[in-house]
Design a protein around this ligand. Structure first.
Ligand code: UD1
Length: 423
């Protein structure tokens, strides 16, 4: 199994190109199931998660084909026929987003059997919002033997779906299902994440009639059929945030190309408070770390436009060496602090009080062997390893490969001493 080795203490400088968004490309590929025509997605990242999803889609009868290289690369999805309406445990258990095929299959084929999902072990992550939403649209649903079995005789019908709280995935699935349902669907408490808006724009290009994108209320008029489209995926604000934090952590000076400060959302003001300089430059966002220790800066994760839960762990990485005590509160997932014990191996001083991590900044971290525990936690260990004195070895890097494209190449190109080796 591969491990990533980092020899810390190098300042990062130069340019890093931000990839296409993982959290957008996955639902966009799923949207390809809604039509028999070809959906072309451009600017897509090459990740373990996109390969897993491609296998789920192939199992359903879709053709999925990557094309090009570098900025011109992309993926075509064409589901001329849905040869199967069953998404098996073998693939769906590897990644939660593959469960999202339930919406399009049910909307198009009026029946679906989809394994209950897997994904990062960051909480219980139930699927009640998805199932209640689809049931409100007329689906008959039972869960048996680890599978969701759903049928919608005569097709899904428009309905009012009031989510009790915000869910990104349930919004994607209901928005897709409603696009092919009969009549009008109103979704309240919808997610407003930029990736949801990106998927909404692609669905509109495919002929969907969606109003209210980017607000908490979506109104969707179902159409008989959707067509293919050619869509460029939005850039990855979570990858960009992780790089911005890595630059800050090493007192570096790097331009992140392809994004601007607005893309960082609530991370930008938090970084400024911590003493990081951010400047929109013609080719991207320039990030300059503080010359001394960053200032302790409290954050609380919330649905967009609040502080992204996916950036909680990387932000904690930076705060490990902050001047002062930082309170970091996680309100989205109940078990998203697995990185805490790994950061402690590097010398961080963090205690947990319920949903809050209390980080007492230390002068320095020291390299050590650590283990990646989930996707976003793994990048935190990279950030901490870049800051630390000495060598950090990160095992279980398959978590990292799920969501960060060529991370060791991108970071070595800006001066980090980081490499991959077989353990
Ligand atoms: C997506 C993102 C993930 C991000 C998360 C929150 C992708 C591929 N993944 O995950 O990176 O961390 O949004 O921004 O885009 N919940 C229920 N019942 C449900 C659905 C969700 O209780 O039926 C709960 C979850 O357990 C969690 C909260 O709702 O506590 C929010 O989760 P959700 O927004 O659904 O996350 P995902 O869509 O899985």
């Amino acid at each position: 199994m591969d491990e990533i080795v980092i020899s810390g203490g190098r300042k990062l400088s130069g340019e890093i190109a931000v990839s296409g968004s993982k959290n957008a490309v996955l639902p966009l590929m799923v949207a390809g199931l809604l039509t028999d025509e070809k959906l072309t997605l451009r600017g897509t990242p090459r990740l373990a998660d996109t390969r897993t999803l491609a296998n789920v889609l192939r199992e359903l009868g879709a053709e999925v084909e990557e094309f090009g290289q570098g900025p011109g690369e992309g993926v075509n999805v064409q589901a001329a026929d849905l040869a199967s309406t069953r998404a098996s445990y073998e693939w769906v258990s590897k990644m939660r987003a593959s469960f999202w095929v339930l919406g399009p299959i049910l909307a198009r084929a009026h029946e679906a059997q989809v394994s209950l999902p897997g994904g990062c072990a960051i909480g219980t992550r139930p699927v009640d919002l998805y199932l209640n939403g689809l049931a409100a649209m007329g689906a008959d649903i039972n869960v048996e033997g680890g599978y969701v079995n759903a049928t919608a005789q005569g097709g899904l019908k428009g309905a009012r779906v009031d989510f009790p709280f915000v869910s990104v995935g349930a919004t994607h699935v209901l928005m897709m299902a409603a696009s092919l349902a009969k009549g009008e669907t109103v979704i309240t408490n919808a997610a407003t994440e930029p990736e949801v808006v990106d998927v909404g724009h692609c669905l509109q290009a495919m002929g969907a009639r969606i109003d209210g994108l980017g607000t908490r209320s979506l109104t969707i008029q179902g159409v008989e059929r959707l067509s293919g489209a050619d869509h460029t995926v939005t850039r990855d604000r979570i990858e960009a945030g992780a790089f911005a934090l890595a630059v800050a952590a090493t007192a570096g000076d790097v331009t992140l190309t392809g994004i601007d400060e607005a893309a960082l959302g609530a991370l930008a003001p938090a970084m400024r408070l911590a003493g990081v300089a951010l400047r929109d430059a013609p080719d991207g966002l320039q990030v300059k770390g503080p010359s001394g220790r960053p200032q302790a800066t409290p954050i609380t994760t919330e649905p967009y436009p609040g502080f992204a839960t996916d950036l909680q762990a990387p932000f904690m990485g930076l705060m490990c060496c902050a001047d002062g005590v930082t309170r970091i509160r996680e309100t989205i997932f109940e078990n998203r602090f697995m990185h805490v014990q790994e950061l402690a191996r590097l010398g961080a001083d963090i205690s947990l009080e319920g949903d809050t991590a209390i980080v007492t900044g230390v002068e320095k971290l020291y390299g050590a062997p650590v283990m990646a525990t989930d996707l976003r936690a793994s990048v935190t260990l990279v950030i901490a390893g870049l800051m630390a004195e000495g060598e950090t070895r990160i095992s279980r890097v398959y978590h990292l490969d799920r969501g960060y494209e060529r991370i060791e190449e991108k970071l070595s190109a800006v001066g980090a001493q980081i490499w991959r080796q077989s353990a």
